[in-house]
Design a protein around this ligand. Structure first.
Ligand code: ZN
Length: 69
């Protein structure tokens, strides 16, 4: 399942795109594409949300570690 940036309504068309995403802790690159709603994609708030997502992204391993600490 690709990760979705922002909110997508049920009947809205989705845009698939690729973005280089790295874990902010171990710097491992995370494979897989992202999706956004067609109306939201490339808007200013979309770009801000994508930046925030990338700034706070943790891979599964680091997320598990953080949860256990
Ligand atoms: Zn990591």
């Amino acid at each position: 399942m690709p990760m979705i940036i922002g909110k997508v309504s049920n009947n809205e068309k989705k845009v698939k795109f690729n973005e280089e995403i790295r874990c902010t802790n171990c710097r491992k690159q995370v494979p897989g594409g992202l999706q956004a709603g067609e109306a939201y994609y490339q808007t200013k708030s979309f770009k801000i949300e994508l930046e925030n997502f990338k700034k706070s992204y943790l891979c599964g391993i680091c997320r598990d570690k953080k949860r256990r600490e």
